[in-house]
Design a protein around this ligand. Structure first.
Ligand code: XIL
Length: 367
């Protein structure tokens, strides 16, 4: 009984950590002596990752990845020159009770970034998801809510003044149809759409040098949702609101076609004199029954990663490119998308996939 379980466990471990033999060969690598993503990147270009912790990780059978996994930390420092706290700056994590902040983990990430010469993307200040209960269930007047948001933004952005390069001020405020999330988003629902501009103004007041972004998924293409951002940002800029950037999360899936017009879409925002960025790239896939991606899937995944990076590199203002975790060991995908996985550029054991080499050689070609 015990040995049967062991065999199954061993099989699972192997299946999740190694590619099939046919998929091992990496594409031609032009990175030369540049053996890491950050060393291969053009000057001034930020290649980043989410830093695993909080959120779904808290229900997994492993300790906090960022503080406990030394190999993870080594790769994090070696490969990237930008980091984004995956959950550790979200409301539920950093402001768990009214009047009480929990800065420990965010501070640790910011310190790690400084030690390793990395910039930080702050994520996020205004969202409909991962808000603490005291906020969502609280019975506040409009004036109180407004003050709660102002105080939160001034406190959090102020604490990391000069240490967080870009902030996702507003995350996912539109639906795919391009409508403001007027019911789900507590701020917009209770205070009206004007609160979005106020959030940017407060963040700017707290750190005048930080670049302030709108961030969302399904905005890689020119579509109803990205059109809604385009119109809103134009309007806010005309009114003098300090909006500096527009970013596409890029949670892609092999079950859907690649967003071919990504470059064209980013470019129209760049033409508004906005910074642009890819902030949460991963490329998930429906796994075969074996749990191991096929060689064709891995090839196609590498292609999606490569094309996303190539599009960003072609847009003048796209200087920040972040993947949503670098190892399948800690990816959010299997937890949130049933039957899907293998979405990152490294296996559980940090072995590099084709997607990793595709990113590195694409960076090196533009360096
Ligand atoms: C995800 C995290 O990866 C998970 O750990 C957490 O449980 C849920 O949120 N869009 C975003 C990110 O802006 O914050 C989300 O991150 C993924 C989708």
């Amino acid at each position: 009984m015990r040995s049967a379980r062991l065999v199954i466990a061993l099989f699972a471990a192997v299946a999740l950590s190694a590619p099939p033999a046919s998929a091992v060969s990496a594409p031609p690598d032009v990175s030369g002596h540049k053996q890491t993503l950050r060393s291969a990147a053009p000057k001034g270009f930020h290649i980043g990752t989410a830093v695993a912790g909080g959120g779904h990780h808290e229900n997994q059978p492993y300790p906090d990845p960022f503080t406990s996994d030394s190999e993870y930390r080594k790769v994090l420092a070696a490969e990237f020159n930008s980091v984004s706290p995956e959950n550790q700056m979200k409301w539920e994590y950093i402001h768990p009770e009214r009047g009480r902040y929990n800065f420990g983990m965010a501070d640790a990430i910011v310190r790690f970034a400084k030690q390793n010469r990395q910039v930080v993307r702050g994520h996020t200040l205004m969202w409909h998801s991962q808000n603490p209960e005291w906020l969502e269930q609280g019975d506040f007047t409009a004036a109180e809510l407004r003050e709660i948001l102002r105080e939160h933004i001034m406190t959090v952005v102020g604490r990391y003044k000069g240490k967080v390069q870009q902030w996702d001020v507003a995350n996912e405020i539109f639906t795919d149809a391009g409508a403001l999330r007027t019911t789900e988003n507590i701020w917009i629902r209770e205070l009206g759409p004007g609160i979005v501009a106020d959030a940017f103004r407060w963040a700017h007041q707290a750190d005048p040098k930080a670049k302030l972004f709108f961030n969302d998924y399904n905005v890689e293409s020119v579509n109803a949702k990205s059109d809604a951002y385009y119109a809103l940002i134009k309007e806010l800029r005309a009114a003098g609101v300090p909006v500096h950037g527009f970013s596409a999360q890029a949670h892609l899936s092999l079950d859907y076609g690649f967003p071919d017009d990504l470059e064209r879409n980013l470019k129209r925002f760049a033409d508004l004199r906005l910074e642009t960025a890819i902030t949460e790239l991963d490329v998930r896939m429906t796994l075969p029954a074996s749990g191991v991606p096929t060689a064709a899937q891995l090839q196609q995944q590498a292609d999606y990663y490569q094309r996303t990076l190539a599009a960003c590199l072609k847009v003048r203002t796209c200087k920040s490119f972040t993947i949503w975790g670098f190892t399948d060991k800690y990816s959010w995908v299997p937890v949130f998308f049933q039957g899907q996985g293998a979405a990152t550029v490294m296996w559980n054991d940090f072995g590099r996939k084709q997607a990793y080499y595709a990113l590195r050689s694409t960076l090196a070609k533009r360096a």
